[in-house]
Write a protein that binds this ligand. Sequence first.
Ligand code: MG
Length: 655
Amino acid sequence: MKKLLARYLLFLFAAGMLITCEKPPKIVPDEAKDPDPQEVETDKLADITYQVNVYSFADSDGDGWGDLRGIIDHLDYLDGLGVSALWLSPVQTSASYHGYDVLDYSSINPKLGTEADFQELIRKSGEKGIDIYMDYVLNHSGKGEWFQSAISDENSPYRSFYVLSSNPEEDVNAGKIDNYGGGKTPGMGEWHMASSGNLGYKGRVHIKVDMGARTVTVTETTEDAQAPNKSNPKCWLWYGSITEHCGMYETGSNIHEITLDMDTEWGFLICTKTDWSSGSKWGGNGGSVTFGEPFPINNTSPNDITFGGTSIQYFASFDKSMPDLNYGPYASASQSPAFKALAESADKWINMGVNGLRLDAVLWIYQNRTTANTTFLKQWYDRCNQTYKARGGQGDIYMVGEAWADDAQKMAPYYKGLPSNFNFYFWWTLRDRIQKGKGDDFAATVNYFRDLFRKQRTDFIDAIKLSNHDEDRAGSDLGKSADKEKLAAAVLLTSPGKPFIYQGEELGYWGTKSGGDEYIRTPIKWTRSGTVPKAALNNKVDDNMLTDDISVESQLASKASVLQVYRSFAKARNTSEALASGDLQEVKSDVASVALWTRTSGTNTVLVAHNFGSSPAPVSVSGYKLDELLVSNGSVTVSGTSFTLGAYSSAVFKQ
Ligand code: MG
């Protein structure tokens, strides 16, 4: 500790030497200040997390997929960035490259490595003071063994794991769909048909549609087949390939019949027009026909009329490849079989040494019903924390929710369920203010958010960030301006909360979702001339961005790189109690482009200043010391009780 203190004093002294209060003012060169590159602190006061796309971060075996061993190989880089935790994209076996459709919650995706690799990553990162946070997807799974069993067997132990219904409309109206959290409509998502077994038929049948009784009766027959009615039929059959629509014969009031040779793999549908216009499509409620018996049909929720196998509808908030999980009534969710199975899988990883979880899409677990969701989340948190404490984990397990609501007021109640939530509003505000060159209301806005959260939970952990793997890159939003990216980094790392750095932002990556999500998930380019793994991303990588200069090798060698701003501000945050954990106090700024605040922890205070504007900004402050610069970016010129910040420049003065 003495050594740490000595290094810290040396650090402050070195930082202080960089500026002067005497006239004439000394201009600090236009580059990031690294107070003492030789004196790398191993202690990390701050709580900085790095978000890793495991499939694209670093590829250790040359198969075009980033992998767990690739992370192990680059722990020194992450340590140098000052991070004390890694949030890994889902590492469990999944169907897609991104991992958010988990097939088996208890196994490691072989594309990413082995369970032994994961254990080694936990151990080796722990030796550097870096925790591992797993991404846990609770809202939905992929279509793995659980789902296949659930849809094909009414007696499957996994039947209750999913939101299944043979008549969603009826079940929703009857309040039987727990996933809706007490509501009658989903906040998002659709019902989809799930089928298993042989649904179709090949052979001669007589089909009788009774539109009065709303039934269809299918009978196997040896009678002669009829040609399709092409003379103004009022009812058609659709089967086989979609072009085979067959006119039926009207044989009575509301009765339509035909004998035909049917060859279809999926069953059939009935149509009262030649197209699928609204209300013209008639199908079953689910299930399959019994020959010779009337089968009910409807035109509000028409499903394929099948001849065998099983079919049932399932609900999915997101893509149909990701069926929602069902935890039963929210008040007793922890008693549901799905909850217990997921919790047992989490136990395995927590007992292995995982110290935190990031929870995906928590708004949709109970369809945007806040009380239902937070009641569920508290049960999940308590269960995982119990395991963590039984393991001997220090303090409480860390858990952060992706409660991606439209605004901070709607997100704030999620603090009732979880100790930490992503603050999307921090970045959206910062982005807006940098674009407008307006900084003077930023500190007040940050405190406005924090006050909202504090009302819900006094020990809230504000998970601040710039962009993430689901948003257009910060670099794109900021017009690919390295100066603005550096400013955003400096603001992130001088603000209160728990900062998350998204893979590639520290290098100034850009990319938008317009060409595919892959373009915001680009691999790290480690060396100037090196290649990046592209197989996981199906070659959707922007090579124009990946110039030699954007590489880690190049940016480590340059004092003025985006990476060096991240490193120097992270180092300052890791060595300053005030920057690491101090409260934020707004300091009135009389320059519209300048954001000013203090951070105070105990007797430790710093004055933070950022110029969001494109022109140099003169700042007058009274009552603050300007003689010790803890860290800075861009240009800072001090003169008496005032200083000038260059365009997009930042300064942190020790008080
Ligand atoms: Mg690989």
